[in-house]
Design a protein around this ligand. Structure first.
Ligand code: NAD
Length: 470
């Protein structure tokens, strides 16, 4: 595919091969853009912002609704490409597209709801006789940098609210899975003037650093790993930042939980997209009295999963994104086993597949649960009581989401209040997300919130207008 800058499709001499993780076949290539392309994209976006800002909110909303219609009708085609470039089971890719379409609709609606407020200036010293109100105005140019695992929905979570607030956008998708995001951008770009939506593919550091450090970029909206997020925070200077970073989400299962429900939730959350999910269940913290019963139920759910060809609609578990990822997961599991953990089921790998794994007797200081393990692994950590469960849940530098299984309202409320995470779900695993809810982590899991209402707010600046009526 080609990249799009200022309405022009651009090819380059050098390319990145996009490989299908299922069989390592070539899906397509994308250009390796350079610093000149970055500067051209920023200049184009900077010029186009003047045109977009002349549009009424009504017009922007209507254009986003038009793009929504097109995205909906292209969904199946794009879902197929998501599966080809990421290895995501096709049912998951179709669901990602359904969510992406809804995300775009939320943004089209939100474009009509950008309100300022009146400000009682006369409440402050010297403010008597003054009248004040705020305007929510666009930031200008937004750089959107996205990871491989939800290539369309995470891109639309940035592009759509940016445009709803009348900003222009430069999208830099991941090198592993850029194709579906480029298809999405083409659909949106067809409805807006040249330069409103631009795309760049290539090497993360070169393009990323070029975008992030450019003074004509007014905001960086990044989703990806903590390491890249920290580098962006260091390089971005005086820009607004949204950082949606990694997770190490706990699920707590207490003695009074509905064990079957908890096991099903953990299986869904730990193995979703082969565990390559920021809000995946990464640590299963179980009270000791019910541990054996819970593990039996989880093993039963794990054994039902179908591992295989991601194009098959019945497949639950496809390959990991590449072989390096498989090696990283197997090293972390092996390390835990060498320190006393026990594999109950799984622990095997072949080609780019890692098999769904339940591993027990995991201690909170093992690398497997200290780092973000991006694979289909459910590590069980035993605790004595709810107090210890909360302490273990918080013993991490991450804080994206969390789940708690209990039938006791007091324990549910205690966990909700004390777990340090952007969201806590009772009787649901941490992978729960609707696209309108405020989403974003605490601690090293990032800063800022996505979810359309909140993302649009973050895509605006507040300007105060004061009038002297005396
Ligand atoms: P990554 O950090 O390796 O890459 C993300 C993006 O950053 C890619 O487009 C990459 O090319 C770009 N990049 C690389 N170096 C850069 C630099 N120096 N400056 C600017 N951009 C640069 O992440 P990944 O491996 O693609 O994705 C997995 C990670 O993303 C996991 O940690 C996962 O938890 C996280 N994630 C977080 C969320 C969330 O919403 N919190 C959602 C999905 C994934």
């Amino acid at each position: 595919m080609e990249i799009l800058i200022n309405g022009k499709h651009i090819q380059k001499d050098e390319h990145i091969d996009v490989l299908n993780p299922y069989d390592n076949s070539l899906v397509d290539t994308v250009p390796i853009a350079d610093k000149n392309d970055v500067n051209y994209a920023v200049e184009s976006a900077n010029n186009a912002k003047k045109v977009l800002q002349e549009f009424s909110a009504r017009k922007v909303s209507n254009l986003l609704f038009d793009a929504y219609d097109d995205l909906k009708s292209e969904s199946k085609k794009i879902a197929k490409v998501i599966t080809e470039e990421t290895g995501k089971p096709i049912s998951g890719s179709i669901f990602e597209m359904e969510r992406s379409v809804e995300t775009l609709k939320f943004a089209a609606e939100e474009a009509k709801r950008i309100y300022g407020e009146t400000v009682p200036l006369d409440a402050g010293l010297g403010g008597k006789g003054f009248y004040g109100f705020t305007l929510k105005i666009p930031l200008g140019v937004v750089a959107a940098i996205t990871p491989f695992n939800y290539p369309v929905n995470l891109a639309i979570h940035k592009i759509a609210p940016a445009i709803a607030a009348k900003n222009t956008v430069i999208l830099k998708p991941s090198r592993e899975a850029p194709l579906s995001a480029l298809m999405l951008s083409e659909i949106l770009a067809n409805h807006f003037p040249d330069g409103v939506i631009n795309t760049l593919t290539g090497l993360g550091e070169e393009i990323g650093d070029g975008l992030v450090s450019n003074d004509n970029v007014n905001k960086v909206s990044f989703t990806g790993s903590v390491a890249t997020g920290l580098s962006i925070a260091n390089n971005s200077g005086m820009k607004k930042l949204t950082l949606e970073l990694g997770g190490n989400d706990p699920v707590i299962v207490l003695n009074d939980a509905d064990i079957e429900k908890a096991a099903t939730g953990v299986a869904n959350g730990a193995y979703l997209f082969s565990g390559q999910v920021c809000m995946g269940v990464k640590r299963v913290i179980v009270e000791k009295d019910i541990k054996d019963e819970f593990i039996d139920a989880l093993v039963k759910d794990t054994s039902k999963l179908k591992v295989g060809d991601p194009n098959d609609k019945d497949t639950d578990i496809g390959p990991l994104i590449n072989n390096v990822a498989v090696k990283m997961v197997s090293q972390s599991v092996d390390d835990a086993v060498s320190k006393g953990a026990e594999i109950i089921v799984g622990g095997e790998y072949k080609d780019n597949f890692y098999y769904p794994t339940v591993i027990s007797d995991v201690k909170e200081d093992m690398d497997l649960v200290v780092n973000e393990t991006f694979g289909p692994v459910a590590p069980i950590i035993e605790v004595d009581n709810v107090e210890e469960a909360i302490r273990v849940a918080n013993n991490t530098r991450y804080g994206l989401q969390a789940g708690v299984y209990t039938e006791n309202i007091h324990s549910a409320l205690k966990c909700s209040e004390r777990i340090e995470a952007g969201s806590v779900f009772i009787n649901k695993q941490s992978t729960f997300r609707t696209d309108n809810m405020p989403f974003g982590g605490f601690k090293y899991s990032g800063m800022g919130k996505e979810g359309l209402k909140y993302a649009v707010e973050d895509m605006c600046r507040t300007k105060l207008i004061g009038m002297n009526l005396r």
